[in-house]
Design a protein around this ligand. Structure first.
Ligand code: NAD
Ligand code: DAU
Length: 368
């Protein structure tokens, strides 16, 4: 039985991970520590309100003494570290928050883990610090280049990826210097439920429903390797349970798409949903699909992202060979599941988008 601290567990991947983990390991103890930034959403976890061995703590990973107290008092032996500022565009507008959360925040957690597990001897042997990182640390590929492997040199291009790269190096250093039991995973683009609607896939889905333009940066030919979020959770599970201490593992979907192809696919799927469902036409009257028009008519090419990485792709051969990892959800299944989730969970994204969720945090968590 493990006792986990999941940082950033109210965010997109963190909350999917917590649901995955407690379903698979119902006797494990899970504490989520999340600052509930604009991207954190406590309602992602409300289904766990009555679960005895789950606790939500509203707090900041930069509060080192609070992290130490949690590790000590709840006798936690595993940290799964998701908490971060995660949106590239925001890092271009304002890098400071990324330095604070991603670099200083990771260092704060490492210090707390070292203090409690090693210096105080609470968990000297059987502890684990798993760091969740990104393929963006490797920079950008050209057409035909092999995918990023664990040996690819780091070449981050955005303030976001530079801050993640720095955090990866700190995690590595705490293993080599102090003997902390660490693992790191570098994953490609995730999609699925609870994805914050500033990111490409949920943004496009919701904009179609509202009849708003679908902004495509540059010429739309940039390529990403998409992975269903539950398969990321599964990969992390394998690394935590069977991965080698001190090792890094790349996780990916082997599923490369240009942005414009993804957007056209979502448009086509949405048009099909509306054609066979009159209720959708009533719910979303301003969507072109309600008038029998193509959702793709909303596509608008806009100014490119500064320093926009052209292509990401992951070579998954190491995690496949070492841990037997294979994604379980095909892209065809995952994108339909995701679209259905957004259609069924309008309350979730409306609250995020109209500001009522932020107002709820102010009322409920002001004192925390
Ligand atoms: P997200 O932005 O949806 O969630 C981040 C969460 O961290 C939020 O709940 C937020 O409130 C919390 N948080 C931020 N700063 C915090 C702080 N100082 N203290 C405590 N909590 C804080 O992000 P995501 O997309 O779920 O990504 C999670 C992790 O996975 C990140 O580390 C990211 O770099 C990495 N990652 C993401 C992707 C992807 O496609 N989204 C792919 C690979 C790796
Ligand atoms: O590769 C993993 C990374 O994937 C994670 O580390 C990041 O946290 C996560 O946000 C994601 O980064 P991207 O920048 O690839 O994701 P995003 O959804 O922002 O953009 C995907 C692609 O779509 C990218 O090429 C930019 C483009 N794009 C994005 C938006 C929001 C558009 O063309 N229009 C848009 O409006």
């Amino acid at each position: 039985m493990k006792r986990l601290l999941v940082t950033g567990g109210a965010g997109f991947i963190g909350s999917n991970f917590v649901h995955y983990w407690l379903e698979k390991y119902p006797n494990d103890h899970v504490v989520v520590l999340d600052a509930l930034t604009y991207a954190g959403n406590a309602s992602n976890l409300t289904a766990l309100d009555d679960v005895q061995n789950f606790e939500f703590v509203h707090g900041d990973i930069n509060d080192t003494s609070r992290v130490e107290a949690l590790l000590r008092e709840q006798e936690l032996d595993t940290i799964v570290h998701f908490a971060a500022e995660s949106h590239v565009d925001r890092s271009i507008e304002g890098p400071d928050a990324f330095i604070t959360a991603n670099i200083l925040g990771t260092h704060s957690l490492l210090k707390a883990a070292r203090q409690v597990w090693l210096s105080e001897g609470k968990c000297p042997l059987d502890h684990r610090f798993h760091h969740v990182s990104t393929d963006e640390v490797f920079g950008s590929l050209e057409t035909g280049d092999p995918g990023f492997s664990e040996q690819t040199a780091y070449a981050p291009n955005s303030p976001y990826s530079a801050s993640k790269a720095s955090s990866d190096f700190l995690v590595r250093a705490y293993h080599h210097t102090y003997g902390l039991n660490v693992t790191t995973s570098n994953c490609s683009n995730n999609y699925g439920p609870y994805h914050f609607p500033e990111k490409l896939i949920p943004l496009v889905m919701i904009n179609i429903l509202h009849g708003k333009n679908l902004p495509i940066y540059g010429n739309g030919m940039n390529i990403r390797d998409w992975l269903y979020v539950e398969d990321h959770a599964y990969g992390i599970d394998l690394v935590i349970n069977s991965g080698k201490v001190g090792e890094t593992y790349n996780i990916g979907g082997c599923n490369e798409w240009t942005n414009i192809d993804i957007v056209n696919l979502i448009c086509k799927l949405m048009d099909e949903k509306f054609a066979s469902n009159d209720l959708l036409k009533k719910r979303f009257p301003t969507s072109p699909a309600s008038a029998g028009k193509d959702s793709a008519s909303l596509i608008e090419y806009v100014k490119d992202r500064a320093g926009h990485d052209f292509r990401y792709a992951i070579d998954t051969s190491y995690i496949e060979a070492e841990l037997g990892y294979q994604p379980k959800v095909t892209f065809e299944q995952g994108i339909v599941k995701t679209l259905d989730w957004y259609l069924e969970n309008e309350d979730w994204w409306q609250a995020v988008m109209d500001g009522s969720y932020q107002a709820w945090i102010e009322t409920n968590y002001k004192a925390a």
